[in-house]
Write a protein that binds this ligand. Structure first.
Ligand code: SF4
Length: 343
C-alpha cells in the first residue's frame, strides 16, 4: 500500500497524524520543524522523536521528497527541471537567477484546462491537479533550493483552479512553523478565476498577478476562453473593492502580440478599465509556439507601448524573456511528449 507523504502537510494536518498514531501533540511541531526547517532526507533523521515514535510513523507515512528526473540549462543561466507527478505524469519547473534574486517558477497542475491559445501548456490539455506535496517538492527538491529568494506560480496550470492545494502550499511557505517566508516574496498568477481570486485574497497575503492580454471582451475571449465565464470586468471589480495593504501588490500580465493588442486604442482602454486600481503592468513578449498565427512585436513597438501606458499613469515594465533556448520562457512549458512516452 502506498504510504502517505508527510512533506506538504500543514501543522493542523500533522496534529491529526500524531493523534491518529497516538503520539503526543507536541510531536506535530517537532515533525514540522524537521520537514520545513531542516534538510532531512528520511523520517529516520527526526532524532528528537523516539525510535518507537519513528517506527509508528513509518508504518503509514513517508517523507515524500522526489528529485527532478532531468534538467536543462539555458545560455542565460535559467534552468528547467522535469518532475514526475500524479504517478505517471510530468511537470516542468523553472529556476531563474537574476543578480541577487533567484526565482522559482512552480507548476500547480499537470497541463491546464484554460486553453489560452498562445500557450503550449494549454495545448496539452489537463492531466490533473498537483497536491501541496507535489507543488512544494519542486521547491525543496530543486538543487538550487538554498539560493531561492522568490517564488512565482506561473508554471504549468491555473493555480486558482487548484486553490485548496495552492493555499496549503502558501500556508506552509509563509507560516512561522513552516518556511517563514514573507508573503511578499511570492506571486500567484491567475487568468482571473472569480471564486479562486476571492478565496486567495481573503486567505493569503501573497502578491496577485492577473493575465490580462486585452482590455476588450471579444478579443480577450478569443485569446483566453475563461473570459466567457469569468469576465475581466468582474475580476477588476473584486480587486477594486478589496482592501489591499500597502505591502501587497497587484500586477497585470500583458503578452504583446504584433498588430493585435499593441495599438493606441488598447492603451486608452487599459487606462480606462484599470482606473482607480493601484497596480502595474508587466509586458511580456509573445514567444511563438507551433501552429500559432501570432507574432512578436519588435522592441521599438514594445517600448512605445510601455511608454504610452506610463504616460497614462500606469507603472509599466517589460519582462525580460528568460530560458527561451530551453523552452522555459513564458507560455512554452509543456510535458506533452514525456506524458505520451509513458502512456
Ligand atoms: S497561460 Fe496559464 S492558464 Fe492559460 S493555458 Fe497556459 S498555463 Fe493555462
Amino acid at each position: 500500500m502506498q504510504k502517505e507523504k508527510l512533506y506538504g502537510k500543514t501543522l493542523n494536518e500533522l496534529i491529526a497524524v500524531t493523534k491518529r498514531i497516538g503520539l503526543p501533540g507536541f510531536a506535530a511541531k517537532q515533525i514540522s520543524d524537521w520537514l520545513y526547517k531542516k534538510e532531512i532526507q528520511s523520517t529516520d533523521e527526526m532524532t528528537n522523536l523516539s525510535k518507537s515514535a519513528r517506527e509508528l510513523l513509518n508504518v503509514d507515512y513517508e517523507l515524500g521528497l522526489s528529485a527532478p528526473v532531468s534538467s536543462s540549462e539555458s545560455s542565460d543561466g535559467t534552468k528547467k527541471y522535469l518532475y514526475k507527478v500524479l504517478k505517471d505524469k510530468y511537470i516542468e519547473t523553472a529556476y531563474i537567477p537574476d543578480d541577487d534574486r533567484a526565482t522559482i517558477c512552480v507548476s500547480s497542475q499537470s497541463g491546464c484546462k484554460m486553453g489560452c491559445i498562445f500557450c503550449m501548456t494549454g495545448k496539452q490539455g489537463f492531466q490533473g491537479n498537483l497536491s501541496s506535496n507535489e507543488i512544494l517538492n519542486q521547491f525543496r527538491s530543486m538543487p538550487e533550493f538554498a539560493n531561492l529568494t522568490n517564488m512565482v506560480f506561473m508554471g504549468m496550470g491555473e493555480p486558482l483552479d487548484n486553490t485548496a492545494e495552492v493555499l496549503k502550499s502558501l500556508e506552509i511557505l509563509t507560516s512561522e512553523w513552516g518556511y517563514g517566508w514573507s508573503p511578499t516574496r511570492i506571486t500567484v498568477s491567475t487568468v482571473g478565476f472569480i471564486s479562486g481570486i476571492k478565496e486567495f485574497l481573503e486567505k493569503s497575503r501573497c502578491h496577485l498577478a492577473v493575465s490580462l492580454h486585452s482590455p476588450f471582451d471579444e478579443e480577450r475571449r478569443k485569446l483566453m476562453p475563461v473570459q466567457r465565464t469569468n469576465t475581466i470586468e468582474d475580476v477588476l471589480n473584486i480587486i477594486r473593492n478589496f482592501d489591499f495593504n500597502s505591502q501587497r501588490r497587484v500586477s497585470f500580465e500583458y503578452i504583446l502580440f504584433k498588430g493585435l493588442n499593441d495599438t493606441p486604442l488598447h492603451v486608452k482602454e487599459l487606462a480606462r478599465i484599470l482606473n482607480g486600481i493601484k497596480c502595474r503592468i508587466n509586458i511580456i513578449r509573445f514567444h511563438p509556439i507551433p501552429g500559432s498565427q501570432f507574432q512578436s512585436p519588435n522592441l521599438g513597438i514594445t517600448i512605445n507601448f510601455k511608454e504610452a501606458l506610463n504616460s497614462k499613469g500606469i507603472l509599466t515594465t517589460i519582462r525580460s524573456s528568460r530560458g527561451l533556448d530551453i523552452q522555459a520562457a513564458c507560455g512554452l512549458l509543456s510535458t506533452l511528449e514525456q506524458n505520451k512516452n509513458i502512456s
